[in-house]
Design a protein around this ligand. Structure first.
Ligand SMILES: [Zn+2]
Ligand SMILES: [Zn+2]
Length: 230
């Protein structure tokens, strides 16, 4: 599938996305350093768990970049309107271009997007027809990584045997509790946020397919999401 690449010029979006990359980087550095490698060295966990952690982390970052730079479904300037669908197209009063029903104008991106779901500042891009699946992929990997990191943080304090060798010369070991608390705080915020998002997305998908089965003729005339308008 040929995905077109685009960049949204929006400093607010760059800041939000920068924050997400910081949270990712913080956890990808801290969790192995404080939890995974020391417990592996003392024989409490197998090495494969470290490889899985880095694997999910990389999938997560790649999904973030792909969701961010993929064209969400921008309408071309001279779209070819399929025969018989003319009555379902309308003129956007902001960019003066023809667009199919369920397209919306995004004021942050400055153009209309087919089947726009919402503009997500965390990926600095709209979520629309062409990158919706990438956005769901990102949610899935983020959820997986967050659960994985939180589980190891929990095991580090309440399940694994205490570490015998601890290098107190290291800054991260001396300030371990504060650093791990911050990591857990970030993890819980991400988990709650993404779970809420997953829930609304899932309800949206189920409602859409339910409508498709029950009232296919009405589907294109109405929007399935309440929060689309921007
Ligand atoms: Zn428009
Ligand atoms: Zn947008």
């Amino acid at each position: 599938m040929g995905l077109r690449i685009h960049f949204v010029v929006d400093p607010h979006g760059w800041c939000c996305m920068g924050l997400i990359v910081f949270v990712w980087l913080y956890n990808v550095v801290i969790i192995p350093k404080i939890v995974l490698f020391p417990h592996y060295e003392e024989g409490h966990i197998p090495g494969i768990l470290i490889i899985i952690f880095y694997g999910i982390s990389i999938f997560c970052l790649v999904a973030l970049l792909r969701a961010s730079i993929t064209d969400p479904g921008r309408l071309p300037e001279n779209p070819k309107i399929p025969h018989g669908e003319r009555e379902f197209w309308e003129l956007c009063n902001k960019c003066n271009l023809m667009r199919p029903k369920r397209s919306h104008h995004c004021s942050r991106c400055g153009h209309c997007v087919r089947r726009m779901d919402h503009h997500c500042p965390w990926i600095n891009n709209c979520v629309g027809e062409d990158n919706h699946w990438l956005f769901l992929q990102l949610c899935f990997y983020t959820e997986l990584l967050t659960c994985y990191a939180l589980m190891f943080s929990f095991c580090h304090y309440y399940y694994f045997l205490p570490l015998k060798k601890r290098n107190l010369d290291l800054f991260v070991i001396r300030h371990e509790l504060a650093i791990m608390r911050l990591a857990a705080f970030m993890g819980i915020i991400m988990l709650v946020g993404i779970t809420g998002l997953f829930y609304t997305q899932l309800i949206g998908i189920i409602t859409y397919h339910w409508k498709k089965v029950l009232q296919p003729q009405k589907l294109d005339l109405s929007c399935s999401h309440k929060y689309l308008h921007e």
